[in-house]
Unconditional design. Sequence first.
Length: 88
Amino acid sequence: MRRSGGDEASRRAVLQAGLTMLAAGLSTAAQAQAPQKLAQKLVQYQDHPKDGQMCSTCVNYLPPNQCKLVEGPITPQGWCIAFGPKAS
């Protein structure tokens, strides 16, 4: 039995929609594995300490100039509202 042109077009549309959904799902899964960091402005980052607190003594600090939570380079002497002291 031959299929009409309309059936073939519908089949193609369904396959394309399925592939699009699969690609979107994979993209979402990849984003879930790599959490977005927060903008420096959002966490009130400053490049100097506040009340003795500074990035180099924070649990989120990644030497030499990165943070687990804040995007972009930071200074070890910096500070933001996400500060959490390292355990003594």
